[in-house]
Ligand binder design. Structure first.
Ligand SMILES: C[S@@+](CC[C@H](N)C(=O)[O-])C[C@H]1O[C@@H](n2cnc3c(N)ncnc32)[C@H](O)[C@@H]1O
Length: 364
């Protein structure tokens, strides 16, 4: 019981998610094996030693997992739940796993096949919540500091039960922030940058780090979905792209369009806070450009996409990020790097780098 970790991921990225958890668990000397069912939208990692799944859920910082949308400790699969009473066996299983949880989420993998199951989950949640409260497995009032109960249905009448730690999980249902497409945005990819803000920047820091009046540069900006997010936060944006920008953005007076190559563009001012970049290019080339901006001190924070290669996608991305970290350190830059395959990302991951401080330049 309770010796597995279930990780939710984008459908088709199970292998990457499995390679990543196996790698990151072994760095903590926790060993086990990952079960991968292609296109299932999740991965199970079974630990060899008792208690280790719980350790992983506490010790692997969730924010450091690139391909996982959620990380939960689960027990054995509950199969053939009786249609007339699914609650009793689910509550019985949870009773052995967790006490005084703060919240319950009934979830499914993010696949087309699971869509119908999701309707069932919605209906099942209220009676389950009541039953869990009666048994004191769940606190009477929602408590965001206590662990979260997850009931993860992978097929009708078939689920894993378990929990995540609220200090080390995704706060979103199914690990997916629900965002509404703003009808006046020039492209759907606007949601990618909005999601990145939600995932990478704690809400209580938005006022300070995404403040009005800040200066930003958007490389590969057209037609302007990412610029839209910056403009919406009252920033002044240098949009770099040979293509046309949406007139509605130009009309705001907050955007200056530079018809230039994003790899050659250099800022003329030194007070830029945000660099964002969505150019479709080789990931190593984009990462090198971002490193250059951060080392030169041309921006304080950067958000950019890395298009994934066809093979060894986890290995390639972690290699690129490691290299970036080393280069920033070698140049005296203390930074925080986070990367995630966001819900709105397809064959790519989104990276955020915050330049925390830079060592004073050496004098000769
Ligand atoms: C995926 S689109 C960007 C979409 C944009 N983020 C949005 O939300 O509307 C990629 C853009 O990068 C631009 N691009 C590609 N290579 C570039 C380069 N070397 N310099 C400037 N722009 C480039 C393309 O012209 C294209 O408009």
């Amino acid at each position: 019981m309770n010796n597995k970790i279930a990780l939710y991921c984008r459908q088709g990225f199970e292998k990457e998610c499995a390679s990543e958890i196996t790698d990151k668990a072994s760095q903590k000397e926790i060993f086990g094996f990952a079960r991968v069912k292609e296109n299932s939208g999740y991965v199970l990692f079974e630990c060899y030693e008792a208690g280790n799944a719980d350790r992983l859920a506490k010790e692997i910082p969730f924010s450091e997992l690139i391909f996982a949308r959620q990380m939960i400790v689960v027990g054995d699969l509950l199969k053939d739940l009786p249609a007339d009473d699914r609650i009793t066996p689910v509550v019985a299983a949870l009773k052995t796993q967790i006490e005084r949880a703060g919240e319950v989420r009934v979830e499914v993998p993010d696949t087309n096949e699971s869509k119908e199951l999701l309707n069932f989950c919605r209906k099942f949640t209220v009676p389950l919540r009541n039953a869990l409260r009666q048994e004191k497995i769940l606190l009477a009032k929602e408590n965001l500091k206590r662990p979260v109960i997850h009931v993860f249905f992978i097929a009708p009448g078939c689920c894993y039960t378990g929990y995540s730690y609220s200090t080390n999980n995704s706060t979103f249902y199914m690990g997916i922030p629900r965002l509404k497409f703003p009808s006046d945005a020039p492209s759907r990819s606007t949601l990618k940058l909005e999601e990145a803000f939600h995932v990478f920047i704690p809400h209580d820091e938005w006022e300070e780090r995404l403040a009005s009046g800040m200066k930003a540069v958007d490389l590969g900006a057209c037609p302007g979905g990412w610029t839209y997010q910056l403009v919406k936060r009252s920033m002044m944006v240098h949009a770099v792209d040979n293509g046309p920008m949406a007139q509605s953005l130009m009309d705001t007076g907050q955007v200056r369009h530079h018809r230039l190559d994003g790899f050659k563009f250099q800022p003329l001012v030194n007070n830029i806070t945000w660099l964002v970049c969505d150019m479709v290019e080789k990931p190593a080339k984009v990462a090198a450009l971002m490193t250059e901006w951060l080392v030169q001190g041309w921006c304080r924070e950067a958000i950019f996409n890395l298009k994934l290669p066809m093979k060894k996608r986890y290995e390639e991305v972690s290699h690129i990020l490691n290299k970036m970290e080393i280069q920033l350190k070698e140049n005296g830059i203390n930074s925080r790097i986070q990367a995630k395959q966001l819900y709105h990302d397809r064959e790519e991951v989104t990276v955020h780098v915050q330049r925390i401080w830079a060592a004073a330049p050496k004098r000769d």
